[in-house]
Write a protein that binds this ligand. Structure first.
Ligand code: ATP
Ligand code: MG
Length: 263
């Protein structure tokens, strides 16, 4: 992985977005519901550089999940251009887009989305199944390394139903990392977790950020923005603010300050 780059604030439409991992240009997404058209995204443009940890916030219905689904190539915009690692996603066929998604994006969801009754290793191996260049033993080795990296070296053979919420989310993060993706996309990744466990997961995301990972983290929780390097606020499908955080807080320090349950 390349070193963390200095963050250049991409001014919308000024062209200073060369080399961005993600570039959205006037993205629109309309949903037709009966007679009504819902404008879920209205001319959203921004660029995200390698090594940024971006939180995306906004009230319910502001378009956060629609935006994340677009970024993750799970949904196709009605209009506009999306470049992922310099590649125009719009021009791609369905199969190429699926391959791009598999190689470039790691997803982390609120509800973990692990396979039930399946071990941690098997869950993490999954994204590598679509890549014929990995042998079964190489897959297993990569999965183990990824699980160790998220602190689950002692839970390799545990099944999803034998783990806590925080542990399941770590498995999901290990799965997101195993392909060494260009971007990690998280939708309310701490939404189902208690305060302490949420901070433990945030500590992990901050470590990945420090290691140079690019992270996009959708959340309802305004506190989480303090731990990221940039915050984009959506309202009614539009970007209403886009700010760099020059005073990033340490989730590890906050975790240390939290009272323990048995105190
Ligand atoms: N498949 C769909 N069909 C029709 N309308 C949709 C669809 N998906 C989303 N919408 C609408 O688009 C808008 C944005 O929805 P989205 O799920 O992106 O919001 P959100 O910011 O993620 O909200 P929340 O915080 O509640 O998760 C909403 O008005 C929603 O009703
Ligand atoms: Mg949502």
């Amino acid at each position: 992985m390349t070193k963390k780059t200095n963050i250049e604030i991409p001014l919308l439409g000024d062209g200073r977005t060369e080399g961005a991992v993600i570039r959205l240009d006037q993205i629109k997404r309309d949903f037709q519901v009966g007679e009504e058209t819902v404008h879920a995204l209205r001319n959203v443009s921004f660029a995200i550089n390698e090594g940024e940890f971006v939180t995306i916030m906004g009230t319910s219905g502001s378009g956060k999940s629609t935006l994340l689904n677009t970024l993750g190539c799970l949904d196709t915009p009605t209009a506009g251009e999306y470049y992922l690692d310099g590649v125009s996603v719009r021009k791609m066929g369905k199969n190429d887009r699926a391959t791009l998604r598999n190689r470039k994006i790691g997803f982390v969801f609120q509800s973990y989305n692990l396979l039930p009754k399946t071990t941690a290793i098997e869950n993490v191996e999954l994204p590598l199944m679509y890549n014929p260049s990995y042998s079964a033993s190489a897959r297993k080795q990569k999965a183990i390394e990824s699980l160790i990296a998220v602190g689950l070296g002692d839970r390799l053979q545990h099944k999803s139903n034998q783990m806590s919420g925080g542990q399941m989310q770590r498995v999901a993060i290990a799965r997101a990392l195993v392909n060494d993706p260009a971007v990690i996309l998280a939708d309310e990744a701490t939404g189902n977790l208690d305060t302490r466990t949420s901070y433990e997961i945030l500590v992990l995301f901050q470590r990945l950020h420090a290691e140079g990972r690019t992270i996009i983290f959708v959340t309802h929780n305004p506190e989480i923005a303090q731990y990221s390097s940039r915050n984009i606020l959506l309202k009614d499908g539009r970007v209403v603010s886009d700010t760099v955080n020059n005073a990033i807080q340490s989730a590890a320090e906050e975790l240390a300050r939290l009272p323990r349950e048995n105190d």
